[in-house]
Design a protein. Structure first.
Length: 301
């Protein structure tokens, strides 16, 4: 497994290391940078200013606002449930670490200080904790939680398998994540203390980037089961799989709207990565929200 991601997807932003994230929370349907939508906020990463930075779009005049300006990579943004904080990943200190900042980009604070990398942040529904993955002493990505206000991280997984993209369930009782413990990436769910692990998918291809439906009864995720990187839905019991996208492009990083009726995601179907919106019911009504000439991705409501 490599430094920036444990999956072998060949999808990178032009000026960034290969870091791809799912969504950190459930928010309302956003407006993009000229591509439509409503006026609720969405955070995303973009290279439109040269480096990959965190941006926010509220659908207001003037378009998206840049929130980070540090040299290097600032991405994988996750919006807190109350909309006041953003967790993100940055390599500004050398290795990848998890940071948190206010919704306006102020008070950017480093939370993790591992010898290796930490990434894939996502908020607990209370907003008081952040779940993420970081390299342990053996260089293996494990799942951890840390207080949003800062403090000591708690390790939830162990062993030789790699872990990625953890996400709390809407009730905060479960964590979905991807792991390669059976040889390729599959989806798993465990309780919030790291126990009672259940495997949801069992394919010979990668299944990853899980994000919970607001009801907690299903997850949207990315799979190559159909031969291409597409967006699928699965019940939290591991049954009832449904494929939502079939475009030849790479469709990744899905996230539900707060009402569960829409999914925002990243796709390169325009020739470079953009943020799109579609129906959560059947994948219809696909709409480009950012509609820019830059690389935009890792969207989160």
């Amino acid at each position: 497994m490599k430094r920036y991601l444990v999956i072998t997807f060949t999808f990178a932003l032009a000026t960034a290391p290969l870091i791809i994230a799912g969504c950190g929370g459930n928010r309302n349907v956003p407006g993009g940078g000229g591509g439509g939508g409503t006026t609720s906020p969405i955070v995303f990463q973009s290279d439109r200013a040269g480096n990959v930075d965190v941006w926010i779009s509220t659908g207001t005049p003037g378009g998206p606002q840049q929130l980070t300006t540090a040299p290097g990579f600032d991405g994988q943004p996750a919006l807190s449930p109350d909309g006041t904080k953003i967790a993100f990943t940055s390599d500004r200190a050398g290795s990848l670490d998890v940071y948190v900042m206010d919704i306006d980009g102020s008070n950017q604070t480093r939370l993790t200080f591992f010898p290796g990398d930490a990434k894939d942040p996502s908020f607990h529904p209370s907003g008081q904790q952040i779940v993420f993955v970081a390299q342990d002493v053996n260089g293996i990505f494990q799942v951890y939680v840390i207080p949003t206000a800062g403090g000591s991280p708690t390790q939830l997984t162990a062993g030789t398998a790699e872990h990625a993209e953890p996400a709390f369930s809407p009730d905060g009782q479960r964590i979905a994540y991807a792991s390669d413990e059976d040889g390729d990436l599959e989806l798993f769910v465990m309780n919030a203390q790291g126990g009672n692990k259940q495997q949801l998918t069992n394919n010979t291809v990668a299944d990853t980037m899980p994000a919970w439906h607001p009801s907690g009864d299903r997850l949207v995720y990315v799979s190559k089961e159909g031969g291409n990187l597409d967006i699928w839905v699965i019940l939290a019991t591991g049954s009832g799989k449904q494929r939502l996208t079939t475009d030849p492009a790479k469709d990744i990083s899905p996230c539900y709207s707060a009402d569960g009726q829409a999914i925002v995601f990243e796709s390169d179907r325009s020739g470079h990565s953009q943020v799109y919106l579609m129906s959560a019911v059947n994948g219809s009504g696909v709409q480009n929200l950012t509609n820019s000439t830059s690389n935009d991705g890792s969207p989160c409501f």
